[in-house]
Design a binder for this molecule. Structure first.
Ligand SMILES: *Cc1c(COP(=O)(O)O)cnc(C)c1O
Length: 364
């Protein structure tokens, strides 16, 4: 699969996979390790898929240093399905949702179907820029919640915590869909971490859930559907029904790739270099601007606005001609957005900056 020119996918999701992973999957697609069968053929209960599944879990455990009293689940459905599963499993009296963007708001709306939710809007305007409020301004909330939900990186607005909240530490529930595996985390601070796979892990339709085992034993309503019941999923090694086997396998290849690159520390280093380069370019150029206060800027999703928005369509058109794909911003934000997940090579960011520079020169 040689390409004559490089094409980069800047989409917020589904995102690009590492080239090496694509090539490996292609190479073993029809015949996995001399079995004469594709991973697509494997019984999820057979020894070959069991080996793939166990290795994927172990590699993720190694990468995030997941303590042994946590379960790792490979769940069908996207992160949005976890918006429902979380309150169904764990909401008893009330929960706190600290919201910094669209996904947190959506998680809140879903949770409100199941009980009492206290929602804090933790965004503010700081000298014309969007920023995450200082925690002191909302920490008046008492710490008597079943759990505290937040979104460390908000994919649509391009807003990320530079330091996580402290309220409810230990019973945090975090949507890490767009930042998992992009930096080291202390898993013990969380009761549950979840992430849709299609940003930093693999194909869409799979989500990863990391949950502390003492939470699995909590009584829950008998009405919780089996596939959304984390204790049922854990008891059955995520194979209560036929799991999304191929997505699981690809996720495993991505975990192996991250390990081979040097782990999450290396991913963090690269993410810093990539995002710093693009922010620096945007800030130094009066043709473009980013609306987020520096301390709250995402390393993964970088929205930017052309000061002359009538040029949006021609910008996108010419970007595509340069192999720079899916730069259109989310419909609720407008402008552009460059998503720079783990699989985005530095060369992709450099190609984007070179194009933006040239485009600004030609359209001033
Ligand atoms: C993409 C995304 C979601 C939604 O994921 P789906 O798999 O489409 O349900 C939820 N939360 C965050 C932070 C996301 O980036």
């Amino acid at each position: 699969m040689t390409q004559t020119r490089s094409v980069y996918n800047f989409s917020a999701g589904p995102a690009m996979l590492p080239r090496e992973v694509m090539l490996q999957a292609q190479q073993e697609f029809c015949d996995w390790h001399g079995t004469g069968l594709s991973v697509l053929d494997f019984s999820h209960r057979g020894k070959d898929f069991t080996a793939i599944a166990e290795r994927a879990e172990q590699d993720l455990r190694d990468l995030l240093k997941i303590p042994s009293d946590y379960s790792v689940l490979f769940c069908p459905g996207g992160a949005s399905l976890q918006f429902s599963a979380i309150p169904m499993n764990f909401l008893r009296s009330k929960a706190l949702y600290i919201n910094t963007g669209v996904w947190g708001d959506k998680a809140t709306q879903e949770a409100q179907k199941f009980g009492d939710i206290v929602a804090v809007d933790a965004l503010t305007e700081d000298q014309g820029n969007t920023a995450i409020l200082d925690e002191a301004q909302w920490s008046q909330y008492e710490d008597d919640f079943d759990y505290v939900h937040f979104t460390p990186n908000e994919t649509i607005g391009g807003v990320e915590y530079s330091a996580l909240p402290t309220i409810g530490k230990g019973k945090w529930v975090a949507d890490m869909s767009s930042c998992i595996l992009s930096q080291p985390i202390n898993v013990s601070d969380f009761a549950l971490i979840y992430a849709g796979a299609q940003k930093n892990i693999g194909p869409a339709g799979l989500s990863i859930v990391i949950v502390r085992n003492d939470w699995l034993d909590r009584p829950r309503p008998a009405t919780v559907p089996s596939l959304l019941d984390y204790s049922v999923m854990a008891k059955n090694q995520s194979m209560y029904n036929t799991p999304p086997t191929y997505a699981w396998y690809l996720a495993g290849l991505v975990f192996q790739w991250i390990k081979a690159q040097g782990g999450v520390e290396e991913m963090a280093e690269r993410a810093n270099i990539r995002s710093r380069a693009l922010y620096q370019f945007i800030d130094s150029n009066d043709f473009y601007r980013n609306p987020i206060a520096p301390l709250s800027r995402s390393r993964m999703n970088i929205p930017f606005i052309l000061n002359d928005e009538s040029l949006n369509d021609v910008f996108l058109q010419q970007a595509e001609q340069h192999g720079l794909m899916y730069l259109k911003g989310h419909r609720s934000v407008g402008g552009m957005r460059a998503s720079l997940y783990n699989a985005m090579p530095q060369a992709g960011v450099e190609a984007l900056i070179a194009f933006m520079d040239k485009f600004a020169e030609q359209n001033r």
